[in-house]
Design a protein around this ligand. Structure first.
Ligand SMILES: *[C@@H]1O[C@H](CO)[C@@H](O)[C@H](O)[C@H]1NC(C)=O
Ligand SMILES: *[C@@H]1O[C@H](CO)[C@@H](O)[C@H](O)[C@H]1NC(C)=O
Ligand SMILES: *[C@@H]1O[C@H](CO)[C@@H](O)[C@H](O)[C@H]1NC(C)=O
Ligand SMILES: *[C@@H]1O[C@H](CO)[C@@H](O)[C@H](O)[C@H]1NC(C)=O
Ligand SMILES: *[C@@H]1O[C@H](CO)[C@@H](O)[C@H](O)[C@H]1NC(C)=O
Length: 657
């Protein structure tokens, strides 16, 4: 009897083992990928230090990459850059809302037809997305079209995306539902856990992208007026971190202004009242991240339970960074400063060193090719992709398309500041610039050309907080190289982005880094290139406006070439642009008049169709139960069918996203 029991236990064990073996075989050895992606989370204000599960499961068991960047520090452009593996100058998504950004433009440009999740599907993956996808995905256009590439998707919809205590989601293109009295991150947490559980018996490798909106600020729409407010923590976390303050780094609210470009230089020294407010915003960001951290703990437990931890890459990052008082700036992003562009990037999984810090330089457009390389599906990455494979593991180091070695461009196109929480604050200059970052163990440079003609040069190796603009002390030898590299990276496509030096040294493959190019024997060579400059400050891409471009970069012959070819280009691009401008505005502007009382009342009524929680202060006192989906309430049909252009009511354009 005893023997046979043992026997059946052994048999059961054998059976289980063979199941594990079979599913590994069906996976074709492909790892799962869990990608956790927050909104507006800094790498420079120490927010990840306050996330114990992230520390325990990711930082200690994986590699922290401290040189990972967003190349455009704002939501929609950065997310599209990641989805497509391209710089924003190649996606043409440069803003959060129409006409230059948003979900409708993303579709009009056809960008949704070829993206990271689609390539992963082609590589045999079951793909999932939960949380915030991109701006302007709303109760009106959630299925027009339904985002492509996801076997399961459950996305936040506008105009409620930025309301912590009114979670509204559309699942797989179905009519939206909401969860009353629930905390948004907790709903994402519960949905992500369910999505993982659904993989328990699957023999396909999975890709699960979880995108909480935290720690983004909150939008509140009251009496037809839009306001932004600091993030709202779950009630159970509201009391935390009472003594925490923003680190008083040398660039925090400096006595003498540190940034010199027009956009920055008029900012006044912040008084104590403001500094106290910023500290409280910082604490609320950390509090809002606690619910994300709890989710990380749960997802790791579930992976462990399924025995999949050793065959899963878990990656953590954020769409862009954040600043709070650095260089006297009011809360927000959009800048070219480290606080805005440097983002958390932590990776754990097979072949990833544990507890290490890496200095590899990489950007968001590298993530899609990197994920596909981990998924053994690089053949599905189109040739036009700008990004390369980040050498995370020994295997990936041998990949034929690796990342650009040490440099990337950072770009922005905007007429004005996007002040969060302080709408009265205005910048003195426009926020359109081209920035070059070059990072190696020997040097760390930030070089910037503004549409106003102003320049910045910071030597971050000696001045890590960007406090001294040394542009007027930079020698020509270095400046020529930086300008040449910037011109290539700001107009590069595909291979040119990964290896910009081939444009500058087509016949000399030995030049691979700035150090190589700096040799005096190339002084004459670099004197022949034009320098980057703008004709005027525009809030959108115009090839003509941003000179020179690759192919027209020689002083000697660029003039003639530029006039013929660029005129053709500008005619083409202006036509495309004009057409877009006309088509992306779906609501005739005449339908909205500010003095039209009835109209505004109707908008407010529609917005209120998702009711406030019964008690704001108790939302998120406890986490959701596993059967939370039974509490989903369909959104009233009238809200879905009434085509309100929420953008016109201050969603996005006046505020940061
Ligand atoms: C602090 O500065 C803000 C913005 O300039 C101003 O509105 C406020 O009155 C100041 N507070 C004090 C106490 O000076
Ligand atoms: C433009 O000038 C550069 C440098 O003088 C030269 O190498 C290149 O061949 C010229 N291109 C054309 C099309 O004339
Ligand atoms: C520039 O225009 C000329 C004449 O139309 C054409 O032959 C040439 O290929 C173009 N060069 C580029 C780089 O587009
Ligand atoms: C650009 O467009 C203008 C007006 O449509 C036209 O007159 C001009 O010939 C065009 N130029 C080129 C190079 O196509
Ligand atoms: C961006 O727009 C330009 C013209 O404005 C066009 O040549 C280019 O193909 C567009 N890029 C994408 C990815 O649609």
């Amino acid at each position: 009897m005893k023997l046979s029991l043992l026997g059946s236990a052994a048999l059961f064990l054998l059976h289980t083992l063979s199941l594990v073996h079979e599913s590994a075989a069906a996976n074709d050895g492909k790892p799962n990928i869990l990608f956790i992606f927050t909104d507006d989370q800094d790498a420079r204000l120490n927010s990840i230090d306050y996330m114990p599960n992230l520390q325990k499961h990711l930082v200690k068991q994986g590699t922290l990459h401290r040189n990972h960047y967003a190349t455009i520090a704002i939501c929609c452009p950065s997310r599209v850059s990641l989805l497509r593996g391209q710089y924003a100058h190649n996606t043409n998504i440069t803003d959060v809302s129409p006409p230059y950004g948003g979900y409708s433009r993303f579709n009009k440009l056809g960008l949704g037809e070829s993206t990271l999740p689609i390539w992963l599907q082609e590589a045999g993956y079951h793909t999932n997305y939960i949380g915030k996808l991109m701006n302007e995905y709303s109760v009106n256009n959630y299925n027009n079209p339904t985002p492509k590439g996801f076997d399961y998707q459950d996305q936040l919809v506008d105009p409620y995306t930025y309301v912590y205590n009114k979670p509204v989601f559309s699942k797989d293109g179905e009519s939206p539902v909401f969860y009353k009295n629930a905390y948004q991150t907790d709903v994402i947490h519960a949905k992500a856990l369910q999505a993982l559980k659904n993989q328990r018996n699957s023999d396909k490798p999975f890709f699960l992208w979880v995108a909480p909106m935290a720690p983004h600020g909150q939008f509140s729409f009251q009496n037809g007026v839009m306001k932004t407010e600091p993030p709202v923590p779950a009630a159970r976390h509201a009391h935390l971190f009472k003594d925490v303050k923003i680190a008083r780094t040398p660039n925090f609210n400096p006595k003498k202004q540190t940034k010199t470009a027009s956009f920055w230089k008029g900012l006044s020294h912040l008084n104590n009242t403001l500094v106290d407010q910023f500290d409280e915003i910082h604490r609320n960001r950390l509090r809002a991240l606690q619910a994300v951290d709890e989710m990380i703990g749960t997802l790791f437990d579930e992976l462990q339970h399924q025995g999949k931890l050793d065959n899963t890459y878990v990656i953590y990052s954020a769409d862009n960074g954040y600043h709070l008082g650095q260089h006297r700036a009011y809360p927000g992003k959009c800048g070219n400063i480290e606080e805005d562009i440097n983002v958390p990037f932590i990776v754990r999984g097979p072949g990833i060193p544990k507890g290490k810090v890496s200095d590899i330089v990489s950007a968001h457009h590298d993530l899609a090719p990197t994920f596909l390389a981990l998924a053994k599906g690089s053949q599905h990455v189109p040739d036009w992709v700008d990004g390369g494979v980040i050498p995370l593991t020994h295997d990936l180091q041998k990949h034929p398309k690796t990342v650009a070695k040490e440099s990337f461009a950072v770009e922005f196109w905007m007429q004005d500041a996007m002040p969060e929480f302080y709408p009265e604050v205005k910048a003195e200059g426009p926020n359109t610039y081209k920035t070059l970052r070059v990072i190696s163990k020997d040097y760390n440079y930030m070089y910037s050309v503004w549409c106003t003609g102003e320049h910045e040069f910071y030597d971050l190796k000696n001045d890590p907080y960007e406090t001294i603009n040394k542009y007027h002390h930079i020698d020509e030898q270095l400046l020529n190289r930086l300008d040449a590299l910037l011109l290539v990276l700001k107009s590069c496509r595909a291979e040119n982005c990964r290896d910009p030096w081939r444009i500058l040294h087509p016949h000399d493959p030995s030049v691979k880094t700035l150090a190589d190019a700096l040799h005096h024997k190339f002084d004459q060579h670099y004197s022949q290139y034009k320098h980057v400059s703008f004709s005027e400050c525009l809030p959108y891409i115009s090839v003509f406006n941003e000179q020179p471009v690759i192919g027209h970069h020689f002083k000697a012959n660029s003039t003639t070439l530029a006039t013929t070819n660029l005129t053709t280009d500008i005619n083409k691009s202006e036509k495309v642009l004009q057409k877009l401008l006309r088509s992306s505005i779906t609501i005739p502007s005449t339908s909205y008049q500010e003095d039209d009382d009835e109209y505004i009342k109707n908008v407010i009524r529609l917005h209120q169709m998702i009711p406030d929680p019964d008690d704001e202060d108790s939302v998120g006192l406890e986490r959701l139960s596993e059967d939370f989906e039974k509490d989903a309430i369909p959104v009233p049909e009238e809200l879905v069918t009434s085509q309100i252009d929420w953008v016109k009511h201050g969603f996005y354009n006046a505020f940061g996203n």
